[in-house]
Design a protein around this ligand. Structure first.
Ligand code: ISL
Ligand code: CA
Length: 594
């Protein structure tokens, strides 16, 4: 029987299994600057709010139903109005779109559907004119099978590009098992008849893994990164970068890594840190840029190796422990019907704060293009609570001690579309997982129900600009259905309403930008066991702020023993803030304490 890989659960299990943060290393870093604020190590990327744009779904300028660069360019004033600093664009490079751009066929060209290099140049210019920085996606664990390197590589065993990828000649027998994310049979080896060999693909069959052992591959990648930096980009978000280093003898996985554990083995190639140091030396160190790893499989024990300044590797990473909370073990991305426990949520985010308390720097996110919509997953998207809970989550994200990554559309309180039928999905993950379950006679209805909460397409539906047809996203036929609630939930309507999610987001961004205490202030969790309310303080230079967040539909009390009568309310998602520690449903409050 084919075992379903439960990616999210595996990460959580692994992290629980591995003991928490190794400590003891002294901070060797002397490069931190001090300034008049007395804050050590100030950096623009620590103070930035990152706004993520899924280009396919943001704005379609030419009516073909697919978002494009001209579309994004036409909305730069909107983005600027949010108060954010950095835009992270999901991949916009040439791609046959097996995995929506995460399968790149030419790293130095723009995807035809998205436009041209001229469109890119003027988009970047438009961003910089507005003081916005651009972070691009770097997808170099794998390329597309349609990349010229792979076309060459598969022609013959002696082709100069052969060693750009991982091949296993079939006369050696079948290689030992490796698991694939998007393969119907979870098999990461694909037999290729022209050379009677298997190639490795941790993701889809059209995403062959690049061979980082080969110095020529690394050279090509570093040159390509320099090419984009010379164009003026401000950084890279690095797709699944922790899994680039492989043991190319491909031994069978140790027993402890079998099943759900298998993918963790992918992090253990041994040379990741060498490669990142080389990348830093050859590329990153030459620019005032930011770098962030998608930290798949990174644990509290290994995080410092990637991001501490004295390592000369990357600036930040984002962990997967938070987004794994509440899923049932052994089932593919299926939520526990009882929901998630706030106590666990607090524990995870407090633990990751402590990891970076003295060294390194963290990130925080509650949604992205691989996750469902923030309000559906962590708040409550029922009509009575969607706006309040969405504002409450925004308050959380923007008041933690980590660089916030905010997914476009969440500022409107956009929620999951919850498709009923597999035919509505476009994502290879949902489609191939459905096929897999059908092949082994599994429960398809159960899968579809679970997907309503967890499927990636929930966050990829077109951006909701106004109440005109297709939410003003396209004049054509959208590549993925628009959420029918666009008539109420859209930018135009929310601009008119001073209490909208959109205007709350702007207020909260402004509060963070104007008060470094929210960026750098020490974080302390209060009232840890409270199952309903998340309370914490932030402290900087003798000042203390208090954050209170009610995660439930009931009135709930924060038991913090702090007299709030003289406290100043800095933000509240209700018009009449509580003053006695009793919080209304989904109430979010930030106080400045006397
Ligand atoms: O999407 C996921 C869970 O459903 C993740 O396991 C995801 O596959 C993983 O985080 C890697 O993600 C990144 O690389 C993938 C791409 O499909 C994702 O969109 C990207 O964020 C392959 O390039
Ligand atoms: Ca278009």
């Amino acid at each position: 029987m084919i075992k379903i890989l439960s990616r999210v659960t595996f990460t959580v299990l692994v992290i629980l299994f591995i003991s928490s943060c190794k400590s003891g290393k002294n901070n060797q870093n002397n490069s931190m600057d001090n300034d008049s604020t007395g804050i050590a190590g100030r950096k623009w990327w620590k103070e930035a709010v990152v706004y993520q744009i899924y280009p396919r779904s943001f704005k379609d300028a030419n009516g073909d139903g697919v978002g494009d660069l001209k579309g994004i360019a036409s909305k730069l004033d909107y983005i600027k109005s949010l108060g954010v600093d950095v835009i992270w664009l999901n991949p916009i490079y040439a791609s046959p779109n097996d995995d929506n751009g995460y399968d790149i066929s030419d790293y130095r060209n723009i995807m035809k559907e998205f436009g041209t290099m001229d469109d890119f140049d003027s988009l970047l210019k438009g961003m910089h004119e507005r003081g916005l920085k651009l972070v691009m996606d770097l997808v170099v664990n794998h390329s597309s099978s349609e990349h010229e390197w792979f076309r060459q590589s598969r022609i013959s065993r002696t082709n100069p590009y052969r060693d750009y990828y991982h091949w296993w000649n079939a006369e050696r027998g079948k290689p030992s098992a490796r698991y694939s994310f998007f393969d119907v049979h979870n098999d990461a080896w694909k037999y290729d008849s022209p050379t009677n060999a298997y190639y490795l693909h941790y993701f889809s069959q059209k995403q062959p893994d690049l061979n980082w052992e080969n110095p020529k591959v690394r050279r090509e990648i570093f040159d390509m990164m320099n090419y984009w930096f010379r164009k003026g980009i401000d950084g890279f978000r690095m797709d699944v970068i922790p899994i680039i280093s492989k043991d190319t003898s491909f031994p069978s996985m140790p027993a402890s890594f079998h099943g759900d554990w298998g993918l963790f083995y992918y992090n253990n190639g041994g040379k990741l840190n060498d490669y990142l140091q080389e990348m830093n030396h050859e590329v990153l160190s030459k620019y005032d840029c930011m770098s962030v790893a998608e930290g798949m499989g990174v644990t509290t024990a290994t995080a410092h190796d990637l991001v501490d300044e004295d390592r000369h590797e990357l600036n930040m990473l984002y962990h997967f422990e938070g987004v794994g909370i509440g899923y049932l073990p052994g089932k593919f991305k299926t939520m526990d019907p009882k929901g998630y426990k706030l106590a666990e949520f607090k524990e995870v985010y407090s633990k990751w704060d402590s990891v970076f308390e003295n060294r390194g720097w963290g990130t925080i996110y509650l949604g992205n293009h691989d996750q469902p919509r923030m309000v559906t997953r962590w708040g409550n998207d029922a009509p009575d609570w969607r706006e309040l809970s969405s504002k409450m989550l925004t308050t959380f994200l923007l008041s933690m001690r980590a660089t916030p990554y905010y997914f476009g559309g969440d500022e409107l309180g956009m929620n999951n579309i919850k498709f009923d039928r597999i035919e509505d999905y476009r994502d290879i993950e949902s489609i191939n997982m459905y096929r897999q379950i059908r092949e082994r006679g599994g429960d398809l209805q159960e899968f579809l129900n679970a997907q309503k909460i967890s499927a990636r397409d929930n966050s990829r539906t077109p951006f909701q600009w106004d109440s005109s047809v297709n939410s003003g996203f396209t004049t054509g036929s959208p590549w993925l259905k628009v959420n029918p609630n666009y008539k109420q939930v859209n930018v135009a309507a929310e601009e008119m309403d001073s209490n909208s999610c959109l205007n709350y987001f702007r207020k909260m961004v402004k509060l963070r930008k104007e008060n470094l205490i929210l960026v750098y202030g020490r974080y302390r969790l209060l009232d840890k066991e409270n199952p309903d309310v998340y309370s914490y303080t932030r402290e900087l230079n003798g000042k203390k702020w208090l954050v209170l967040l009610n995660f439930t539909t009931k009135t709930a009390s924060a038991n913090i023993g702090i007299d709030l009568t003289k406290a100043i309310v800095r933000i509240d998602n209700y018009p009449n803030p509580s003053t006695d520690g009793r919080l209304k449903p989904y109430e979010a409050l930030i106080y400045e304490l006397p």
